[in-house]
Design a protein around this ligand. Sequence first.
Ligand SMILES: CCCCCCCCCCCC(=O)SCCNC(=O)CCNC(=O)[C@H](O)C(C)(C)COP(=O)(O)OP(=O)(O)OC[C@H]1O[C@@H](n2cnc3c(N)ncnc32)[C@H](O)[C@@H]1OP(=O)(O)O
Length: 159
Amino acid sequence: MEKQEKNTEVCPPVDLSGEAGWTPFDAPSLVGASLRFVSGEPDGNRYRVRYYKDDAEQLRARIWFGPETEGPPGHAHGGAMAAVLDEVLGLAAWAAGHSIVVGNLNVSFRNLLPLEQVVTVESEVVSAQGRKVMVHGRICLGETVFAEAECLCITIRDK
Ligand SMILES: CCCCCCCCCCCC(=O)SCCNC(=O)CCNC(=O)[C@H](O)C(C)(C)COP(=O)(O)OP(=O)(O)OC[C@H]1O[C@@H](n2cnc3c(N)ncnc32)[C@H](O)[C@@H]1OP(=O)(O)O
């Protein structure tokens, strides 16, 4: 069988700047540098991400899905979108003051997401009761929603 050549070329820089009224958010200073799967290679070919808070203090992300996130030809893998929602919505709960892990993530895939396009992740902490923090969010560009999710976060014991 013919061996397929792996393309090792690094994609050119992308513009991850935010919208008017957004302020940069320093995720590692809040949760450490462990978020490597999504955020760990800021110049690589998997994901490139930059975090912000909007004027309502909700977490936002600008994210580029690189060629290494491919699922359907030319488009992002569903698991790649779920990983982003796991990180961003979990981080949104941390940014709102809750020390959590994600217990349940319910994702609906609404449209195929073309690779090498910068999109936005929106999040909203909708409730916090006892140890349960509910965060909603979506990956979108303008009016187009690629995926939306409900994320049940559970506060870590003894925190
Ligand atoms: C550290 C630096 C990090 C820094 C990192 C910060 C960045 C965050 C972003 C990354 C997010 C992730 O990927 S986190 C990685 C992915 N997630 C995980 O691996 C989590 C693995 N699961 C667990 O560790 C555990 O199951 C927990 C902590 C979620 C829950 O265990 P527990 O502490 O024993 O609590 P437990 O009694 O079972 O549940 C408490 C209450 O929550 C409910 N509950 C629990 N799980 C669920 C569930 N899946 N669906 C519905 N409800 C649930 C229970 O019914 C109960 O309700 P009631 O009876 O009280 O009503």
